[in-house]
Design a protein around this ligand. Structure first.
Ligand SMILES: [Zn+2]
Length: 112
């Protein structure tokens, strides 16, 4: 599985958001059901999408609403996004956190 937005590989057990989609006929006999498709987003893309502007297209809009619902209802998904961001920033040099001079970080905080 790959994140639909950033194409990052999502291994089994990794935190992600899965969207399942299938089509089904209504009021038509015999009732037909399409194969179910699974679309995955990594936590960062989920949060980023939810915070971003509404996408174009009715289907995208429906998916956006669902992701926003998840992001808004519990902070766990936000935490997962921050955890994976921490994993990335952990690869950067630890300036200021290794007991060295802090002059390299005048602000002392991150700005987004
Ligand atoms: Zn992603």
């Amino acid at each position: 599985m790959h994140c639909l937005r950033c194409n990052r590989e999502l291994v089994t057990g990794q935190k992600s958001v899965a969207l399942y989609m299938f089509a089904q006929t209504v009021g038509i006999k015999p009732r037909q059901k399409s194969m179910a498709h699974r679309i995955s987003f990594c936590p960062q893309c989920s949060v980023s999408l939810a915070m971003g502007p509404p996408p174009e297209g009715a289907l995208n809009m429906a998916a956006w609403d669902m992701i926003r619902d998840l992001v808004a209802s519990d902070p766990a998904l936000n935490r997962a996004a921050w955890e994976s961001m921490g994993g990335v920033s952990g690869l950067l040099p630890a300036t200021g956190t290794d007991g060295g001079p802090r002059s390299a970080q005048p602000g002392g905080y991150f700005e987004f």
